[in-house]
Design a binder for this molecule. Structure first.
Ligand SMILES: O=C(O)CCC(=O)C(=O)O
Ligand SMILES: [Fe+2]
Length: 644
C-alpha cells in the first residue's frame, strides 16, 4: 500500500467482528488509521438512500431564505455546536487554532466560504439540558425527524462495526472503544459551500475550509460528487493529497482525542507525528478546474458526522500504546475537560505562546529591544502582524545579532542593541520618565502618545519604564545559562510542554506544532513541509502568585541544575507586573479617555506569562533561502506583550 493513497476498507464481511474475515478487515482498518489517519469506508450498512436523503434535506435547508435560516442561529459560544451558521460566520470554531488564522479572518481576507447547520445527538443523556436549535417545524417539515434518524443510523454503524473494528485491529477486546462511547456526544453537520467564481479561490480571497484536524474521536463524512477535500500527505507533511468523492464510500478520519489517547506524539521536528493513530490535517479547496467549466466553482455539500467519547469518561493511554520503551506521554484526562480545554484553550497547546483567557501576558525574548505590542483581546480588532524573519523586522538590529555573538554563541543584549531611540522611525518611542502615577500634567501627553501608538501601529518602544536595566540583563544571563544546559536537562521529566501544563516549561527546537498554526493554504504547504521550522527554543513560566493561580504549578526542572533561576524569574515577573499595574495599564486607560484604573480592574490577577526565547545561531542562507524562520508572522493573545 502506497502511503499516499487513502486506503479503502470494505466492511461487507465484517459482520459483528467475530467471523474469520473480520480480523483482516480490522487489521487493515487499524493500519489505515495509523499510517494515514484517513480511509474510505465501503459497505458500511448505512443505506445509500439514507445518505441521498440527508443530502436532499440539506439542499432544501440551505435553499431557504437567509431570514428563515437565521431563525435557528448557532449560539455565539463556540463549544455549543447547534443551529445555523451563515457564510463566513462559522469562523471562530474549533477549527481556528491560531492567532494568525484569527487575524486573517478578522481582516476578512480568507473567510470560510460555507454555511452549515449543526445538530447534536439529542438522544444522548450527556446532552440533557443542551437542546438543539431547530428551525420552526413548519419551515421545513420532516427535517428534524429525518436528521435525528440519520444520526441513529450512523451511530449504529459506529457501535456495531466501526469501533469494534478499531478495537480488534489494535489487539484490544471488541468492546474496548464501545465502553467509552456509550452515550458520547455525536454531532451531525450539514455543510454547504456555495458556488463562486473560481477566481476567488485561486487568488486566495476565499477558502472553503482551512486546514484543521477534527478534535473528537473520529469522523464519518459523506460528500457529494464535486470534490475539493484534501488530506495532508503522510509521507510529505505540508503536501495535500485529494480525497476525491468515491460513490457509496464514506470518508473516515481520526480526531485529536483519539490520537492523544493512543499516546500520539505531536512534536517531532515541528511536524505533527502520531505514533499510533493519526489525526490528520485536512482542508477543502475548490476542486481542480475543468477545461469546460465556466469560471465558476460548483456548490458543494458534505455531511460530516463527528463521533465523540462519553464526556464523563476518563481516557488513559490505550493498552498496547505504551510500555517500558514508550512511556505514557499524557496524564489521563476526563473527556469533558479535554473538550473544554480544546475549545476554550486550544490555542495554548499549539504555540509556544500563551492561551486565551489570559488577561494579559508578558513575553520576553533574547533579542528584540523593548517593545510593547497590543495582542488580541477577545473582542478586539485585528492586531498588527509582526514577523521574526531576520530580514523583515527591525533589520539593523537583527543583522547585528546575526553577526555578533558572545563567546559561547549566546548574544548578550548589551552588546547587541542600540538604544531604542536610535533607529526605528516607524515604531513610536514612549518615554515613561515623567509619567509618575499618571496625575501630572506631563503624563497627559505620554498617555495620548501611547494610545496613538497602540491605535496606529500596535507596537511601541517603551523607555524609562522603571524596570531596572540590571534586572533585565540578569534575566538574559539566566536565560543564556538555561539554554546552555544539555538538552536532557532542559527537557527533563515533565519540563516538556504538555497540553495540561498550558505551555509551562521547555519547548525544544522545532517542537512547536507548526502545522496547526497556519490557515491559509500556501503557508500550510510551506511550513510543515519542513521548509520553515521555527528555529528556536523556549521556556515558559506562568505567574505562580497565590492570588493569580491558586492551584497552578509551573513546570520547573530540579533546582540543583540551575540554583537561583526560579527565584530570579519569579521576581522578574513581579517587576514587570508592577510596571504593568502602576504605569502601563493606567497610561493606556487615560490615553483612551477612560478612568485611570479602567484596565487595572480587569488585570487584578491576570495570568501573565514570562517566556524566555532562544534563537540559535544558523547560517544566514538558511533564512535567506526561506528554509528556516525564527518566528513566523503572528499576533499575540492576551492583552499586550512587553518584550526585551
Ligand atoms: O466538507 C468537507 O469535506 C470537510 C468538512 C470538515 O472537515 C469539517 O467540517 O470538519
Ligand atoms: Fe474536519
Amino acid at each position: 500500500m502506497s502511503l499516499d493513497t487513502i486506503p479503502t476498507i470494505d466492511f461487507a464481511k465484517f459482520g459483528d467482528g467475530t467471523c474469520p474475515e473480520s480480523r483482516a478487515i480490522a487489521k487493515k482498518f487499524f493500519e489505515a488509521c495509523r499510517d494515514v489517519g484517513f480511509a474510505y469506508l465501503i459497505n458500511t450498512g448505512i443505506p445509500q438512500e439514507r445518505v441521498d436523503g440527508i443530502f436532499q434535506w440539506s439542499a432544501k435547508l440551505f435553499e431557504l431564505r437567509t431570514e428563515v435560516k437565521k431563525k435557528a442561529p448557532h449560539p455565539p459560544e463556540g463549544w455549543r455546536h447547534c443551529g445555523y451558521s451563515g457564510v463566513g460566520v462559522e469562523q471562530i470554531s474549533q477549527m481556528v487554532f491560531d492567532t494568525e488564522e484569527l487575524a486573517v479572518i478578522r481582516k476578512g481576507k480568507f473567510p470560510d466560504f460555507k454555511e452549515s447547520f449543526d445538530i447534536g445527538d439529542e438522544t444522548s443523556p450527556a446532552r440533557a439540558g443542551l437542546e438543539n436549535i431547530w428551525l420552526p417545524e413548519e419551515e421545513i417539515p420532516g427535517f428534524r425527524e429525518y436528521a435525528l434518524d440519520y444520526c441513529q443510523t450512523c451511530r449504529a454503524f459506529q457501535m456495531e462495526q466501526l469501533l469494534p473494528a478499531l478495537s480488534i485491529g489494535m489487539g484490544l477486546d471488541r468492546d474496548f472503544f464501545n465502553r467509552y462511547h456509550k452515550n458520547g456526544e455525536n454531532q451531525l453537520r450539514l455543510a454547504h459551500y456555495p458556488e463562486a467564481p473560481t477566481e476567488v479561490f485561486e487568488t486566495g480571497e476565499k477558502g472553503r475550509i482551512g486546514a484543521h484536524t477534527d478534535y473528537l474521536t473520529c469522523t464519518i463524512l459523506f460528500q457529494d460528487d464535486v470534490g475539493g477535500l484534501e488530506v495532508e500527505s503522510p509521507s510529505e507533511p505540508g503536501v495535500f493529497i485529494p480525497a476525491p468523492p468515491v460513490p457509496g464510500a464514506a470518508v473516515f478520519n481520526i480526531g485529536d482525542l483519539l490520537m492523544r489517547w493512543s499516546n500520539g506524539e505531536y512534536l517531532v521536528d515541528g511536524f505533527l507525528k502520531a505514533d499510533l493513530l493519526k489525526s490528520t490535517l485536512h482542508r477543502v479547496r475548490a476542486p481542480p478546474r475543468k477545461a469546460d467549466d465556466d469560471g465558476m466553482t460548483r456548490k458543494r455539500f458534505s455531511v460530516p458526522y463527528f463521533i465523540g467519547a462519553d464526556t464523563e469518561a476518563v481516557v488513559d493511554c490505550i493498552p498496547g500504546c505504551w510500555g517500558p520503551d514508550k512511556p505514557k506521554k499524557y496524564e489521563p484526562v476526563n473527556v469533558a475537560e479535554y473538550v473544554d480545554m480544546r475549545m476554550n484553550a486550544a490555542y495554548a497547546w499549539t504555540v509556544s505562546k500563551v492561551a486565551t483567557s489570559l488577561n494579559s501576558m508578558f513575553d520576553m525574548t533574547l533579542e528584540l529591544p523593548w517593545i510593547f505590542n497590543r495582542g488580541h483581546s477577545r473582542f478586539g480588532q485585528g492586531s498588527t502582524e509582526h514577523n521574526g524573519r531576520p530580514d523583515m523586522n527591525a533589520p539593523e538590529t537583527l543583522r547585528r545579532r546575526m553577526a555578533l555573538h558572545s563567546e559561547d554563541g549566546f548574544p548578550l543584549p548589551s552588546d547587541l542593541y542600540p538604544s531604542p531611540t536610535m533607529s526605528i522611525e516607524t515604531i513610536p518611542v514612549i518615554d515613561f520618565a515623567q509619567f509618575g502615577d499618571g496625575t501630572s500634567l506631563e503624563s497627559q501627553g505620554i498617555t495620548k502618545k501611547l494610545y496613538e501608538a497602540c491605535r496606529d501601529v500596535g507596537f511601541a518602544y517603551l523607555i524609562n519604564t522603571g524596570i531596572p536595566q540590571e534586572k533585565v540583563n540578569g534575566m538574559f544571563e539566566w536565560s543564556a545559562k538555561f539554554f546552555r544546559l544539555p538538552f536532557e536537562v532542559k527537557n527533563l521529566k515533565k519540563a516538556s510542554k504538555a497540553p495540561e501544563k498550558r505551555c509551562s516549561g521547555y519547548l525544544g527546537i522545532g517542537m512547536a506544532r507548526t502545522s496547526q498554526m497556519v490557515s491559509d493554504s500556501e503557508k500550510v504547504v510551506a511550513i510543515p513541509s519542513g521548509k520553515f521550522p521555527g528555529l528556536r527554543e523556549s521556556f515558559a513560566i506562568f505567574d505562580e502568585t497565590e492570588s493569580v493561580r491558586p492551584s497552578f504549578e509551573n513546570v520547573w526542572f530540579p533546582e540543583e541544575d540551575l540554583p537561583g533561576f526560579r527565584k530570579y524569574a519569579l521576581d522578574y515577573f513581579q517587576t514587570c507586573r508592577a510596571f504593568q499595574m502602576e504605569q502601563l495599564l493606567p497610561a493606556l486607560s487615560i490615553g483612551m479617555g477612560l478612568d485611570k484604573d479602567f484596565f487595572n480592574e480587569y488585570h487584578k490577577n491576570g495570568e501573565n506569562t514570562l517566556q524566555l526565547l532562544h534563537y540559535p545561531q544558523a547560517p544566514a542562507e538558511e533564512f535567506e533561502s526561506g528554509k528556516k524562520l525564527r518566528i513566523r508572522a503572528h499576533t499575540d493573545f492576551g492583552t499586550g506583550t512587553i518584550l526585551f
